[in-house]
Design a protein around this ligand. Structure first.
Ligand code: FES
Length: 105
């Protein structure tokens, strides 16, 4: 499954993601800068914040209440904001593109 992380400077980094892994783990494992993931993936830090490219946003499982609450702490969250540790890679997400925020809180 190919996923693309677009950094704050607008540079696209395409990566191979493993089905069943989270988007956060994919980023950390493949050396994407800008995903800090300080809590290790339990939706408790908001430093894995990403913006989902609009066509993909509706294809993801909805946010949990915990995720919603944590995103309020992120830098400039919007309707397309997600915690990347709460997104599990599936074959349906092949081609997924996300943008990284300028900073993690
Ligand atoms: Fe902490 Fe995602 S890694 S909220």
């Amino acid at each position: 499954v190919r996923v693309t992380f677009v950094d704050a400077a607008g540079v696209a980094h395409e990566r191979e993601a493993v089905v069943g892994d989270t988007l956060m783990r994919t980023a950390v494992r493949t050396g994407i800068r800008g995903i800090l993931a300080e809590c290790g993936g339990i939706a408790a830090c908001a430093t894995c914040h990403v913006h989902i490219e609009p066509p993909w946003a509706q294809r993801l499982e909805p946010r949990s209440e915990t995720e919603e609450a944590m995103l309020e702490l992120a830098l400039e969250p919007d309707d397309f904001s997600r915690l990347s540790c709460q997104i599990t890679v599936s074959p349906a997400l092949d081609g997924l593109t996300v943008r990284l925020p300028a900073e993690q809180i």
